[in-house]
Design a protein around this ligand. Sequence first.
Ligand code: AR6
Length: 180
Amino acid sequence: MERYALTETCTLVVQEGDLTKVAVDAVVNAANERMLGGGGVDGAIHRAAGPELVEACREVPEVRPGVRCPTGAARITPGFALPAAHVIHTVGPVYDSAATSAPLLRSAYAASLGLACEHGLASVAFPAISCGVFGYPLGEAAPLSIATCREHAESLTEIQFVLFGEATHRVWSVAAKEIL
Ligand code: AR6
């Protein structure tokens, strides 16, 4: 685990681990637009939170048929059985190219951080959004995510990246050392 000064008032924590185990005000879920669960970290969060989470997700209104959370947006629910108090669900892009995908990934991070601040939360923990099934290259996602967190930390005092596997952890550590 490494700690960095992200801004004057916000610490960045980069660690290898399991997002479903961290006790923060909100964990961020790498969801899909339907927002009713899936594989990867989404499946793990739903399993750990228990069946009330999908019920809470179902109550989030659809903005169009089958879409509760458009790509680049974020929604918040309670965390139920998770150690985290809340889940912020966001949807990153399916990777296409740096030029078309980067604005959407930046938006997913910014919307999640904005929602956390609106709800008066102090600490949030992110996975590597879009870097699994959605195919975003780690080396592009890591610096983008850290820079976006620095721009949108606002009233947060701690932002964590909880990364599955040593390879992903290493890429985030290198990016944090370069940027901060
Ligand atoms: N803790 C932390 N990171 C995890 C965990 C965990 N428990 N489990 C997986 N990861 P992915 P995406 C990492 O595929 O690319 C789902 O089906 C994983 O190793 O979960 O945004 C959704 O429903 C990778 O580094 O999310 C969507 O349909 C990162 O989390 C779609 O996948 C993200 O991988 C979203 O794809």
